[in-house]
Design a protein around this ligand. Structure first.
Ligand SMILES: [Zn+2]
Length: 384
């Protein structure tokens, strides 16, 4: 068995709304190249994704919605019809072959699932996935099909396993949460900037699941301007206690990299320290509860030059159990891409310290997050 596989083909880059849209899959190319030039990945580590079939997409999406996406990608629907299904909007514009490109990203996550569940690899990474805002019958927030929702349904059907979904994107993992809101065999856990000022506005503590699924939906909404220490405290405590309570067979992590201080769309103050720790702690949980079974996908991340390649490289490095690198990034990588970047690169694996001016409200924010954590874990702690 391999320790880890990296799911990738150039076909994943076809998921592109426009040259100016913030969601830009060039991030994957930059990440893979950084890993190659660091000597951390070889061609044998890379597995080609397949496309998801309609039968698979239907596990988590309405046939009518799939039909509309297919037609939209061929220019066959009106703006009015598109807007009913969340496409052709400012966030999620229509682009040629939208269905094929979206199905390819879902297929990448299904490929990752099969690699892990059939025992060919302990861990699998599909950075093309992580489209956590996709709903059953509607696209939303840059996401058409929800690869994680389809993948979890696929895991249930094919492998009959209990899945813990952990989402550290700065936005609430709403699409996945609502898909499994009634399901006691899937636990969703999302840490995100509070929805008070940020899309999609949901992800409150009291969204705990429904019916039989009550107590298997966990939300950890953190305050704007939250920094590394508080973020990691919430993350570590949350995943440890929820994993011990739920006892998953497999873990699926969504690794949006938009909680960084540089990210243009959110208001969190994370640095590369959180991106070094997030995957290492997830791997520990997978080892402790799931005999290692861990599938990781990408997600948000809109500073594609300074943040995402380093942050996502850390997921692969954690999977390979390489120590977290320090110091200068490979010179060859910097020279290959610096001219394309509109901003000067951070030239080291770590961020400069300090990265920003001290925040006067730090103590208050930390305290607020700690109180939130206590309330969010109420069900878990009351059962101990
Ligand atoms: Zn996000």
């Amino acid at each position: 068995m391999k320790d880890a596989v990296f799911i990738y083909s150039e076909e994943q880059l076809g998921y592109s709304f426009s040259d100016t849209h913030p969601f830009n899959q060039k991030r994957i190319v930059l990440t893979l190249d950084l890993l190659k030039k660091s000597g951390a990945i070889s061609d044998e580590d890379i597995v080609m994704p397949r496309s998801a079939t309609d039968e698979e997409l239907i596990l988590a999406h309405d046939p009518k919605f799939i039909d509309i996406v297919k037609k939209a990608g061929k220019g066959l629907i009106s703006e009015e019809v598109g807007s009913v299904y969340g496409i052709g909007t400012e966030d999620t514009p229509i682009f040629p072959n939208m269905h094929e490109a979206s199905a390819m990203l879902v297929g990448g996550t299904l490929t990752a699932v099969d690699e892990v569940m059939e025992g060919r690899a302990k861990y699998a990474l599909n950075l093309g996935g992580g489209l956590h805002h996709g709903f059953q019958g509607k696209a939303s927030g840059f996401c058409v099909y929800n690869d994680s929702s389809v993948a979890i349904k696929y895991i249930q059907k094919k492998y009959d396993a209990r899945v813990l979904y952990i989402d550290t994107d700065a936005h609430h993992g709403d699409g996945v949460q609502w898909t499994f809101y009634d399901d006691p065999n899937v636990c969703t856990l999302s840490i995100h900037e509070t929805g008070r000022y940020l899309f999609p506005g949901t992800g409150a503590i009291n969204e705990r699941g429904n019916g039989d699924g009550y107590g298997t939906s966990f939300n950890f909404p953190i305050d704007a301007f939250t920094e590394d220490e508080s973020f990691l405290e919430i993350y570590k405590t949350a995943i440890e206690e929820v994993a011990a309570y739920f006892k998953p067979d497999v873990i699926l992590t969504q690794n949006g990299a938009d909680a960084h201080f540089f990210d243009p769309l959110t208001h969190l103050y994370g640095t590369m320290k959180i991106y070094e720790q997030i995957p290492r702690m997830a791997r520990d949980i997978a080892e402790r509860y799931c005999e290692g079974r861990w599938i990781a996908v990408g997600g948000g991340g809109y500073d594609i030059w300074r943040v995402v390649p380093r942050a996502w490289a850390h997921i692969w490095l954690a999977m390979k159990q390489f120590p977290a690198p320090v110091g200068k990034l490979p010179e060859q990588w910097l020279t290959a891409w610096q001219d394309d970047s509109p901003v000067p690169f951070i030239e080291t694996w770590e961020d400069p310290n300090p990265l920003y001016e001290p925040i006067p409200r730090k103590a208050e924010i930390t305290e607020k997050n700690a109180q939130m954590l206590e309330r969010a874990l109420h069900i878990v702690r009351s059962q101990q």
